[in-house]
Design a protein around this ligand. Sequence first.
Ligand code: F0G
Length: 459
Amino acid sequence: MQHKTIIEPFRIKSVEPIEMSTEQQRQEYLKQANNNLFLIESKKVIIDLLTDSGTSAMSAEQWAGIMRGDESYAGARSWERMRDAVRDLTGCEHIMPIHQGRAGESILYTQLGGKGKVFISNTHFDTTRANIEYGGATAIDCITKEGQQPALEYPFKGNIDIEKLETAIIENGAENIGAVILTVTNNSGGGQPVSMQNAKDVRSICDKYKILYLLDCCRIAENSYFVALKEAAYQGKEYREIAKEMFRLADGSIMSAKKDALVNMGGFIALKDKVIADSCINTLIIKEGFVTYGGLSGRDMEAIAIGLIEVFDKDYLHYRITSTTYLGDKLHELGVPVMRPIGGHAVYIDAKALYSHIPVNQYPGQALVCDLYLKAGIRSCEIGSVMFGKKDKNGKLIPATMELVRLAIPRRVYTQSHIDYVIETFADIIKEKSQPKGMKITYEPEFLRHFTALFEREL
Ligand code: F0G
């Protein structure tokens, strides 16, 4: 018999209560947080789809590993296990532990970057861009034209545009390129996958111009599922083998283990080149910790070593991707404009299309984020002009290319009934879609303003 219901391929052994709230209470909470969901306490949230990062539920095996964690300062057994797991997966000799992705970005891009340097990516994630720009270098995104059309059905919308990449290299001078960074899957571009062919094409370009090629690989397992699903040459191939092949095309990678290593904290830098690795070690020790723990406890490293194996389990990955697709397809059926096709870790709503009466300088994405919270206690995240908008000389907004709202799904945390509750909420949102007012920013910091900016509803 062919079953339609996606059952979670695990049983629940330990539960975390969710506090319920009323719309009236949430109105008050939202006012106190000045309409910024990053400023709301998690106990006031019913379904937390703010991020899939560090929010995974660990397995019984991982919790058992936590007890085995070796907390020695130098040369811990848990470090050896993590190092060997990362070496096996990436094929890189030089592995550095870091406490999360951005710590690795700060270390590596400080070494490779600086004034006059340029980094090119399909789309730089916000912390990646911030770390590059903070060091004085420039970050250029080269997403394909298909990747910029939210409604278009196209298999690999995360691909980097190879022609644009080559033009950017020629225009800026190959000697000034710090690295090409391929982000898999492409988080800021809609959680869309990158094909193996695209990864190979980047290798050829980087060989031609002698440029360093890095993977931002925090969702590499999910990307591998899509490669097996959509790229003819990889059908039926094991997900882990696909990941290994993609890793081996690059010169190194940075992973925020908070995603596809199924842990709550951790990460690594993996490099083939000893000279670059050595240049990072001083900063690693000053900023993160000694080379055999880098800001992690032994138990964290143990859990990462196990998570990097578990995440490639075929039943897990099938459930993971089909359950994200379930949410996205149901919203699509309701008439909610969503980024198509559905990506791996999240469903992205095209807020500019949903709230088409709200101009971009009144942040339609932020308005939707607030409405989802008010109606149902759902926390989501704006990925649009609040996060990526720039300003011209006169302080006028240069909007982001898209106004998206991300519903990121924590791994192994919510069941199908939680997701059905989210779908019900959208059925209500869509009925009243022409009513919500836009937002204005009343305070913003210089960098990464979405975390701490304050908002008011337009009257
Ligand atoms: N690269 C990508 C593609 C990411 O999605 C993230 C984090 C990072 C790097 C930085 O890693 O958080 O461990 O420092 N993304 C999270 C998110 C925060 O919600 O998408 P980190």
